[in-house]
Design a protein around this ligand. Structure first.
Ligand code: ADP
Ligand code: ZN
Ligand code: ZN
Length: 756
């Protein structure tokens, strides 16, 4: 029999805890635990610890922990408050993130924890009193004689619609705590602890578009998907599912059914969406479908104030809210007994964070579920090839919903070859004849249309025929876009603005011409051609305020507009039954991206935008304008053939070893001095190859597609690797050696989505 040999130094000692201090804690440090905290200290609690010559707040990371050999430990100074701010699984998750994305634990925690939590704000605990049942008249009369104070409390509570704050009641009525305690003991009233629910008061989604509260009877495909995930939930073991359902197949109903199951069984759930502000319908639908279970739904989005964020966080931590709908950082929600994470539109690039830690919300969701032994459901009509490969290789369970609900037909695609269209066009060549006819027909029938163009502004670039120059931003290597509203030329990278030049800034030629078009110009064309049509334009320029976005959408739903014209803001998740025509004005835009995912992105966009048509009982049509009608994304999208597209694209990817064949890490170097940037990037590659030959397949250094942004020169290196962690472990130590000063900054982007 194997007997463990006692190890003096490695032994788990109850008196030692590991803590990650927020100020400068790239890792966890060991501290001794004061006697008073020994029995109660918990992982995830907030403590104050000494750090160098000062003190810092931090999170208990491991307890009990091993004492490091022969170290004299400093002691935890105090416990900030009892309520843990992190769940133990998120501590594990954060550790995985630090290793996988190559950054310090403190930078991960900065993303994970709301600022107010990190600053040690204490939750304001309120005790709320409610009447259990109205007392009968006789008992009340008796009480009035024997204990008038208590009767007063009951009268007060009977007059309230909401539970009453105990502290306010006691001071307001001028009664003793004992009087309240007596009533509690008698079982006439009850008390609940609650943190302030500011979120509920300020919630912009409180009156989210009203959507029917009743659920639908699930169809066969929906039932099969629900059954499959339910089985995973019941097994209490980790499982990831891909819910691949065509647009309009009713994926949301599946999520709702699963969340209801989890909540009914006492668990909690996270529902991630690409951007909450753009999916108000989903929030409304979820809310209305969970109210009967008494489950509070927190909406987690970028417009919450610091206080609202804090309240929402604590409400989840205390188990008062059991469901959260939110953008990527909701994946860290401190929900106890978390059993399900749903990632809707899992293919969306916005799940990737653009700054350190550059994590992918979808991948972190899968990881968190695996840490917990929970279920993760990734849903999409156009899954990312990474996820598709996982599903077809059997690592994820594949649940398919190949048909729209009620057997509604998929929209019919019409491909317009713009090369021929331009030859025949008289005047404008923004809208093809086919699209113009389609719009006329919708207007006549009183149906609605959506026009999609993923470029805001009026004209794309100012070109000089004399010197051949396109006018660029003074600080970035991109053309300036004309905005007709204030006649400015603007940079879409850094937002530089200048009055639109009338002559070529280089050779002073007056022959300069604006070329290309954006949503503003399309709007002009529509007004000219369809003067009576009511058009709403939705892009980053018109939708400064998010409430405005919701207002326009609900006006559109109510039929106060005939047409919606917009950028990718209208591509996702919108469900308007009266839309029967979708026009994609320039399908080639995303094909021109300097990105190995260009074909995938184009296919996704075409399929998703087209999916907005014919969702009600009226049949829908899609008109796609393109100069590349024969390209794969256009052809496969037209045939509604995701699997065919994925198979063809995966072959191309594996030929060159692109993801999902291997992981791709992008390493960007930037700085003001172009020579220095080049020098450092060159030195880095040479040293990496010398120290670790064959560690990765390396491409570059090469200038980034956006070579210059805000006066910073940018160069990148690409690493193709099979194992991310082993690559980073070898490469990261080079930083100290090569990146001496601050003149050149480097950023490592693991599983990069952005190639610009
Ligand atoms: P997806 O997210 O797959 O594109 P949605 O979940 O938005 O699809 O559902 C599309 C529409 O079908 C919604 O209006 C929804 O209310 C409706 N719907 C969903 N499930 C059913 C069902 N079983 N029977 C009838 N209508 C349904
Ligand atoms: Zn010129
Ligand atoms: Zn710029």
């Amino acid at each position: 029999m194997f007997l463990p040999v006692p190890d003096l130094f490695g032994e788990i000692e109850p008196g030692v805890a590991e803590v990650v201090p927020f100020d400068g804690g790239a890792r966890a440090y060991s501290y001794s635990v004061p006697a008073a905290l020994k029995d109660t200290l918990q992982v995830g609690q907030l403590v104050r610890v000494p750090l160098g010559g000062r003190t810092s707040l931090g999170v208990v990371w491991k307890y009990p922990a091993e004492a490091p050999p022969a170290a004299k430990l400093r002691s935890i100074i105090l416990l900030e408050h009892e309520q843990p701010v992190l769940t133990p699984d998120v501590c594990k998750l954060a550790e995985w993130m630090a290793g996988y994305y190559g950054c310090g634990l403190n930078s991960v925690l900065e993303t994970v924890l709301p600022a107010a939590v990190r600053k040690g704000v204490r939750p304001v605990l309120r005790r709320l009193l409610t009447l259990i049942a109205p007392p009968d008249a006789e008992a009340l009369a008796k009480l009035r004689r024997k204990a008038p104070r208590q009767a007063q409390v009951l009268d007060y509570l009977a007059a309230q619609k909401e539970p009453a704050d105990r502290a306010k009641l006691v001071t307001g009525l001028g009664i003793s705590q004992q009087a309240v305690d007596g009533l509690l003991r008698a079982g006439v009233i009850k008390e609940d602890a609650s943190v302030l629910w500011r979120v509920a008061y300020n919630d912009p989604f409180a009156e989210a578009e009203s959507v029917p509260a009743a659920g639908h009877t699930l169809n066969v495909d929906q039932l099969a998907a629900v059954a499959s995930v339910s089985q995973s939930l019941d097994s209490k073991a980790f499982k990831a599912h891909l819910l691949h359902g065509v647009t309009g197949s009713g994926k949301t109903e599946v999520y709702v059914a699963l969340i209801r199951k989890v909540v009914a069984e006492g668990g909690s759930a996270i529902f991630l969406v690409p951007e909450v502000a753009l999916t108000p319908q989903t929030v409304g639908r979820l809310r209305s479908r969970l109210t009967d279970l008494g489950a509070k739904v927190v909406v987690w989005h970028s417009h919450l104030s610091a206080g609202e964020r804090f309240d929402a966080w604590m409400a989840m931590s205390l188990g008062q809210a059991r469901v959260v709908v939110g953008a990527r950082s909701a994946v860290f929600a401190p929900l106890p007994n978390l059993r399900l994470i749903v990632v809707d539109e899992e293919h969306e690039p916005s799940f990737k964070q653009g700054e350190t830690p550059m994590y992918h919300g979808r991948d972190v969701a899968v990881m968190r579920a695996s840490v917990l032994g929970a279920a993760c459901v990734l849903g999409s009509a156009t899954p990312s090839l990474e996820t598709w490969k996982n599903a077809t290789a059997g690592r994820y369970v594949l649940n398919s919903m190949p048909k729209r609900v009620d057997d509604r037909p998929m929209p019919a695609f019409r491909i317009v070859d713009m090369r021929r269209e331009v030859l025949h066009s008289k005047g404008q060549n923004v809208l093809s004849r086919e699209l113009v006819d389609g719009i006329h027909e919708r207007l006549r029938k009183g149906e609605q249309a959506i026009l999609f163009l993923n470029r805001r502004g009026h004209s794309r670039s100012l070109v000089c025929p004399d010197c051949g120059e396109a006018v660029q931003c003074p600080r970035c290597s991109v053309s300036l876009t004309l905005h007709s509203t204030d006649h400015t030329a603007r940079c879409h990278l850094c937002d530089h603005r200048e009055p639109a030049p009338a002559v070529c800034p280089k050779c002073r030629s007056p022959k300069v011409r604006w070329k290309g078009y954006g949503t503003q110009k399309v709007e002009e064309v529509i007004h000219r051609m369809f003067p009576r049509a009511r058009v709403a334009r939705i892009d980053a320029d018109t939708m400064g305020k998010k409430d405005l976005f919701r207002k326009v959408l609900s006006d559109f739903r109510a039929g106060r507009y005939d047409m919606l014209l917009g950028t990718q803001m209208i591509a996702k998740g919108l469900d308007f039954p009266r839309v029967t025509l979708v026009g994609i004005i320039d399908a080639d835009l995303s094909l021109q991206l300097p990105d190995f995912r260009a074909a995938e992105r184009t296919f996704q966009l075409l399929t998703q935008v087209a999916g907005r048509a014919g969702r009600g009982t009226l049949e829908g049509a899609v008109v796609v304008q393109t100069f590349q009608p024969a390209s794969d994304p256009v052809q496969f999208a037209k045939r509604l053939d995701f699997q065919g597209f994925a198979a063809a694209e995966l072959i191309k990817r594996s030929e060159f070893g692109y993801p999902p064949e291997r992981h791709l890490i992008r390493h960007v170097f930037r700085g003001r001095n172009v020579e220095k940037v080049n020098f450092v990037a060159d030195a880095w590659v040479k040293e990496l190859e010398r120290l670790h030959p064959g560690l990765a397949e390396i491409r570059g250094p090469a200038p980034c597609p956006f070579e210059r942004v805000q006066d910073q020169h940018r160069v990148h290196i690409w690493y193709f690797v099979h194992g991310v962690k082993s690559f980073l472990a070898a490469a990261l130590p080079l930083r100290a050696k090569i990146l001496g000063d601050d003149d050149v900054i480097d950023v490592l982007d693991v599983d990069a989505q952005d190639c610009g």
